[in-house]
Design a protein around this ligand. Structure first.
Ligand SMILES: Nc1ncnc2c1ncn2[C@@H]1O[C@H](COP(=O)(O)OP(=O)(O)OP(=O)(O)O)[C@@H](O)[C@H]1O
Length: 294
């Protein structure tokens, strides 16, 4: 018996390699995701509520927003790892990156057709599929709206029930607004974690909808409220970066020396220019920087 067989043993859904381990996900997020309490809360709420329903009324649609290196890709891959056998390598988990899949603006009509067919084909193959759309801010505006029929509550689309699917959008759009609001809170001597989810959600929706550079520009996905959970990733502070350094040292099998931890964290740029409170690159460059200090 391997662990996966045990996890799947009693679940009818497991035929698509789908065997959710929500406890594992919750533990991993609590242990390893640094400085993102809203993310933990929103992701767990979203996935739990969705999976509790035998017959969900619509697919689960989550949109991750935040500036670079704050953990969006990290959380999305962790999430699919606890849902699908093989995680990102599962044949039922599909990733799209505009630079790779939709590079030329002049081919947008062809991309629309391909994307619609691709989603439809994969959902026909397995209703429990997951679709990850990376770098939504680099997506040509208008393209993403072809998937609207798959995101809503319709019973059937093109003859199939697609309401068990999971869609995740990832983007830097809205990151500036999140950082600005977090900074305002800091300036008001309030805790970073006191930030209001509701205020963030509306600032992010407005920012992505009104920005012509965003894949969600004037998108029906925003207008028709098809996103169930907007997940804001807050900028990380110096002590969060130190935690990333410690966990990266552990992963690389290196000894944790407090002076190295401090030096790596100090070597990263912080904003605003004067006060240097939040990391400009989150934890993104931590892994590559460690080698400079050994
Ligand atoms: N909040 C966090 N907690 C723990 N580790 C983190 C966190 N944020 C980032 N990291 C570390 O930094 C690496 C890079 O982060 P990640 O790729 O998730 O950033 P991102 O938000 O997707 O950035 P980008 O917008 O540039 O794609 C991760 O693989 C992880 O090791």
């Amino acid at each position: 018996w391997d662990l996966w067989a045990l996890r799947c043993g009693f679940s009818a859904d497991c035929e698509c390699g789908f065997g959710p381990d929500l406890r594992g996900l919750e533990c991993d997020l609590a242990r390893n995701l640094v400085g993102q309490p809203l993310v933990r809360q929103q992701v767990m709420k979203g996935v739990r509520e969705f999976l509790e329903k035998q017959n969900p009324v619509k697919p689960l649609v989550m949109s991750f927003h935040g500036s670079t290196g704050t953990g969006k890709t990290y959380v999305s891959s962790m999430l699919v790892r606890y849902l699908f056998q093989g995680g990102l390598q599962s044949p039922y988990v599909h990733q799209f990156s505009p630079i790779v899949h939709f590079p030329h603006a002049e081919h947008i009509e062809q991309y629309k057709e391909n994307l619609k067919r691709w989603i439809q084909g994969n959902l026909t193959n397995c209703g429990r599929s997951a679709f990850l759309f990376d770098e939504m801010d680099k997506m040509h505006p208008g393209l993403i709206d072809v998937i609207i029929p798959f995101l809503g509550p319709s019973w059937v689309v093109y003859g199939n029930n697609y309401r068990k699917a999971i869609f995740i959008f990832i983007s830097n759009a809205g990151g500036e607004q999140i950082n600005e609001m977090t900074l305002d809170l800091w300036r008001a001597h309030k805790d970073r974690e006191e930030i209001s989810l509701r205020d963030l959600e509306s600032a992010i929706s407005k920012a992505v909808f009104e920005n012509p550079q965003s894949g969600f520009w004037k998108s029906g996905i925003i207008n028709e409220h098809l996103i169930d959970f907007i997940v804001p990733f807050l900028p990380l502070k110096h002590h969060h970066v130190k935690q990333c350094v410690i966990s990266e040292l552990g992963q690389q099998g290196l000894e944790v020396h407090s002076d190295v931890v401090q030096e790596v964290a100090n070597s990263i740029p912080y904003f605003p220019e004067e006060e240097k409170i939040f990391s400009s690159t989150g934890c993104k460059t931590v892994a590559s920087r460690i080698s400079f200090f050994f």
